[in-house]
Design a protein around this ligand. Sequence first.
Ligand SMILES: [Fe+2]
Ligand SMILES: [Fe+2]
Length: 286
Amino acid sequence: MSLMEEIIAAVDEMPPFPQVVQRAMQALAEPEYEVSGLVDILKVDQAVTANILKLCNSAYFGLPRKVSSLKEAVVYLGANQLRQLLLSGAASKIYEKPNEGYAVFADELWRHALATAVMAQVLRRHLRLKIDENMVFTAALLHDVGKVVLSTFVVDKYLAIESMVESGEYSFQEAEKEVLGFDHAEIGGKIAESWDFPPAIIAAIAFHHEPSSSPKEFRLLAEIVALANNLAVMVGYGTGVDGLACRGHDLLLQKLKLGEKDLEKLVLLFQIEMEKTCDIAGVSEH
Ligand SMILES: [Fe+2]
Ligand SMILES: [Fe+2]
């Protein structure tokens, strides 16, 4: 089996992305989403329903009485918190695949993914972009999913890449290109394709390290994910094997007209939002 075939087989072994969550995201994308329609989608999944109720009744919200109806919980949480809960619940299962020897990496990667999603969400709001928020959060949250395949199924190759990055001369994806001939972004694109994600999300994942190569209609989303990825690393949510700073960072800042002041504000907003998102997703911040 060629390496590419091996990777494709590994992609097929990835857990599926829950249909319920995908359908809920489609429903939430409507500007005036219908609560009853959303409840109908969510109620078929007992685990999802239980999680929503659990969050609603958690100490985080400190509600004076117990919420026992899904409908009430959906209304109370609202689109933003529901999105974060549903997507982070689904993505954490994919990123935190228990794998001997990689527990630390998996945990770091998951935190990095969540931080990138929060950063992308903050960027979208700051720049007042008209891209659907679910799309931005989903693409950013899953941008490094290709690394899961590498670290889980192609461990020897992964170690070779890691040691090249540690030499200090390569960025992670440059080392991947050397060792594999392709990188985790491409693999991630294939995974998103296998999950039947919308083309914009597939492109944003596949081009998150070179957004300028993304098809034009999806380029802005790829740029947001790329920039959010860099910024997440800069504020301390890297994975320890990021290697050299991602190329093209300054160009992206210029293109999106972001100066020092904007960055300061973004970091502040990020910290506030990240704290909330970690509470909702049930992860500790560091
Ligand atoms: Fe990446
Ligand atoms: Fe990343």
